[in-house]
Design a protein. Sequence first.
Length: 147
Amino acid sequence: MPDNEQQHPYPWLYSNGTWTRLDHDPVRSEKGDRYEDSVKAAGFVHWFGAGKLYNTPLHVNVYFRCHPHPEPRYLIELDGPVYGQVMYAAELPDALALTQQIAPALQALTVTDQIGNADPESLSVLGDLLDKMHGRAQVENGKAVRR
């Protein structure tokens, strides 16, 4: 998303591999409105989200709306600790392409954040989990065991 948000206040639309600016925001809200209520009023319902379970530094939520609503059909919301960004995807293939682009960053941030914030007690649990995932041996009572 190449240009300054201050110069172009309208959200981005991803359609057929191309980014363009919308000439309006499909979610209209007045000062004092709850954002969730405005999203619902625009016909969007929550489809899925990721990142909140582990309190990661980046959360993504995807909302959709069915016909007869006009495009865009998908709203993608990225929330960070200080700033959030809303973008839209025209149709399902566009929404899937965007989430596929976002997923590696979300995964990397989640793993890095969890390791960075781990305390000594949870580090052993993380180590056990990684050992189990990779089929590595662990030592129990002086003997190597496979998990």
